[in-house]
Design a protein around this ligand. Structure first.
Ligand code: PMP
Length: 426
């Protein structure tokens, strides 16, 4: 007997509703297949995927090179734990550290785990290298941050929905406004117990907020001056999504790590997840140089699955695709076209106020209150017209297609978006 019942969309939605926790509110579309920029529902209708699993599927659905690496490795060796060495991890570690310009990686699985790892490394560094008194370390974070769902991470969130009734909370965080260099300087000058500053180079979940061009450079300079670790959470913005290998690369759109670029702001700790595996397997990573990473000694941190040979093989293939297919350059070029076309449209729109973003991480802001259903209704209309996107924070719709999209496909998508939005013009 098969436990997987394959019927129609409404029956499958009812199954999830009855047996699954209600911790998501999905669009009522049941997907059963994906290829490149497309996904298909169980009835066979094709959609453009404009969410890419929150930027995990940058390389496109079921990329043959990545799937091939997965299948080959799955038939050979999947999990050993780190109690033993495996023959895939070392070369993956060499590849990813060279790719991003760091001396060490600590491999984990999900984004939230990698953020937790970075916070632990940062605190340990502060006590053992910077010389802070035990239990005194503070980490600065930003208003409207999103870094995951663990108890510590939601402790420093200001999203009441994510926090309420999950206390008691973890201490040791100071929240300041995002993209406000004076606020950062103010805390750094007045508090000697700061260990690090954790920041998203572009705030994704908050609604795709792109900071000032000079923000990250100034952040880096201030962190250096005050001997504080600059921790960049690139779980959503990394791996070519914003038109460069990392959002901290600034305006450089190459797929290489090139530190000489004037706009590059090298973090002390870099957090990656999602598209590290092209959405094929949960793989995340924390990267730092030796001086920082060496504070972690055997037995002090780990994960049964982190660094397993299946993850290493998949991530290596997924990162190679970023080079093979010039994903950063494509994201930069198509992102520009996307914003130009939508900006043209909103000149005459009463319902869309603003388009913003970088590379292929973009959003439109709907001219309605956060608790209105307009953005949701527009997403439903877009789904009907063959394109899947999801509102974030009520009146914002994020657009993040796979980066393997071509210009012709993008143009068709812009048409679908405009056609759908038009029905809501007042
Ligand atoms: N950091 C950022 C910036 C994210 O956008 C996300 C997920 N949206 C996370 C961390 C958490 O990743 P995960 O869901 O894999 O735990």
């Amino acid at each position: 007997m098969s436990v997987l019942e394959k019927t129609n969309s409404s029956a499958l939605i009812a199954l999830e509703d009855q047996y699954g926790a209600h911790n998501y509110h999905p669009l009522p579309v049941v997907l059963s297949r994906g290829e490149g920029v497309y996904v298909w529902d169980v009835e066979g209708k094709r959609y453009y995927d404009f969410l890419s699993a929150y930027s995990a599927v940058n390389q496109g659905h079921c990329h043959p090179k990545i799937v091939n690496a997965l299948v080959t490795q799955a038939q050979t060796l999947t999990l050993t734990s780190r109690a033993f060495y495996n023959d895939k991890l070392g070369s993956y570690e060499k590849f990813i550290t060279k790719m991003f310009g760091f001396e060490k990686i600590l491999p984990m699985n999900t984004g939230a785990e990698a953020v937790e790892t970075a916070l632990k490394i940062c605190r340990k560094w502060a006590y053992e290298k910077k010389g802070l008194d035990e239990h005194q370390a503070q980490i600065i974070v930003c208003d409207n941050n999103f870094h995951g769902r663990t108890t510590t991470i939601i402790s420093f969130s200001n999203d009441e929905n994510a926090r309420r009734n999950f206390g008691p909370y973890t201490e040791g965080f100071i929240r300041i406004p995002y993209d406000d260099i004076n606020a950062l300087e103010n805390v750094l000058v007045n508090n000697k117990n700061i260990a690090g500053f954790l920041v998203e180079p572009i705030q994704g979940e908050a609604g795709v907020y792109v900071p000032n061009d000079s923000y990250l450079k100034q952040v880096k300079a201030l962190c250096e001056k005050h001997d504080v670790l600059f921790i960049a959470d690139e779980v959503q913005t990394g791996i070519a999504r914003t038109g460069s290998l990392l959002a901290v690369c600034g305006n450089c759109s190459c797929e290489n790590h090139c530190e000489q670029q004037e706009t590059y702001s090298k973090p002390d700790i870099l957090i990656l997840g999602k598209a590290v595996s092209g959405g094929v397997y949960p793989v995340s990573a924390v990267l730092a140089d030796d001086e920082i990473m060496h504070v972690i000694k055997p037995g002090q941190h780990g994960s049964t699955f982190g660094g397993n040979p299946l993850a290493a093989a998949v991530a290596t293939a997924a990162l190679e695709v970023v080079y093979d297919e010039n994903l950063a350059q494509n994201a930069k070029r198509l992102g520009k076209i996307f914003r130009e076309k939508l900006n043209q449209y909103i000149q005459t729109s009463s319902i869309v106020k603003l388009v913003r973003g970088k590379g292929l991480l973009n959003a439109i802001v709907i001219n309605d209150t956060e608790d209105s259903s307009t953005a949701w209704d527009i997403c439903m209309k877009m789904a009907e017209n063959g394109l899947l996107a999801k509102p974030t924070h009520g009146n914002i719709i994020r657009f993040a297609p796979p980066l393997v999209m071509n210009e012709e496909q993008l143009n068709e998508c812009v048409e679908i978006i405009i056609k759908s939005v038009k029905e809501f013009e007042r």
